[in-house]
Design a protein around this ligand. Structure first.
Ligand code: FES
Length: 299
């Protein structure tokens, strides 16, 4: 295999139409941030929405758009499991095998699916339909064991229901998530949503399920027993004495809040070797040893 000249691979190679579309979308992403390089994560999802994975061209494109080196982009793309380094299937079927789901049957579901599909973790079926994955906790433990298809929830699964789900996906039949959107889109479509371009389906389907609502009711009942029942939306009430902000008030943001800009408020806020005012810290006075009292005897 002949190595390509470096100059030939120093730029992303998309056809003119794709490049124009990607560039317009990249501009929309960077416009969201004070510093364009903050848009790298959604931009990686954007190139996945075109290529089906983070391709070499995708890495070059992100680097060119954000003034980064390809190595810097690759370092981020290889850190997060949602970024794929090889072509992904139309559907990522992720089986939660974190502790709770595992003991509730997640491990058995993964093994059954792996046997049924003939692929292991992060491998794709021959027809390109399904990439099977073990995934970490999806914050849906009250519905364990959970399977996700392109990050849509399929709750309380069994080995049988999961293989039936996979078969329907491979056959191109509709499947309905337990909660959230009413149907499952493709990996590329989902990647575009993760890049921050809405598909208008955010309010589809079921929101919170019954186990989650049961937990909310228990929390309210407990608060009521304590004499501190919260408002109907379940948020924490503001302190009665007005001594602080309610929990739902978002913290202020901006450079003035960064640790570099913040004025030290207490001695412990100062960096080692600096005083709270920012100047060099005064050295601690040396302690003199206490004189021995008359009559004391060493052991
Ligand atoms: S352990 Fe599976 S969703 Fe939390």
């Amino acid at each position: 295999m002949t190595a390509e000249p470096t100059s030939a691979r120093s730029q992303a190679r998309y056809d003119a139409e794709t490049l124009a579309s990607l560039t317009a979308d990249a501009a929309a992403i960077t416009a969201r941030y004070p510093d364009p390089r903050s848009g790298l994560l959604p931009m990686l999802h954007l190139v996945q929405s075109v290529d089906g994975y983070v391709s070499r061209d995708g890495i070059m494109f992100c680097a060119e758009q954000l003034g980064l080196t390809p190595a810097e982009v690759s370092a981020v793309a290889t850190f997060y499991t949602q970024y794929k380094r090889h072509p992904n299937g139309t559907y990522t079927v992720g089986v939660c095998t974190n502790t709770l789901c595992a003991v509730m049957g997640g491990d058995a579901i993964f093994d059954e699916l792996s046997d049924h599909l003939g692929v292991g973790h992060d491998e794709t079926t021959d027809d390109g339909a399904i990439t099977l994955e073990r995934v970490e906790c999806n914050a849906a433990c009250d519905y364990a064991p959970v399977v996700m298809v392109n990050w849509e929830f399929f709750d309380n699964q069994t080995p049988g229901s999961a293989t039936e789900l996979a078969d329907r996906l491979r056959a191109g039949q509709d499947v309905a998530p337990t909660r959230g959107a009413a149907s499952v889109c493709s990996f590329k479509q989902m990647s575009r949503v993760l890049a921050g371009f809405t598909d208008g389906r955010a309010d589809e389907g079921v929101g919170a399920g019954e186990p989650t609502l049961a937990g909310l009711r228990l929390a309210r009942a407990a608060a009521s027993v304590d004499g501190a029942a919260g408002p109907e939306d379940g948020r924490r009430p503001a302190p009665a004495d007005g001594g602080g902000k309610p929990a739902e008030v978002p913290p202020e943001t901006g450079t003035a809040q960064s640790s570099a800009e913040r004025k030290p408020a207490a001695p412990g806020d100062a960096a080692p070797g600096r005083s709270p005012s920012g100047g060099p810290a005064k050295p601690e006075p040396e302690k003199k040893p206490e004189p021995e009292k008359e009559g004391e005897v060493d052991d």
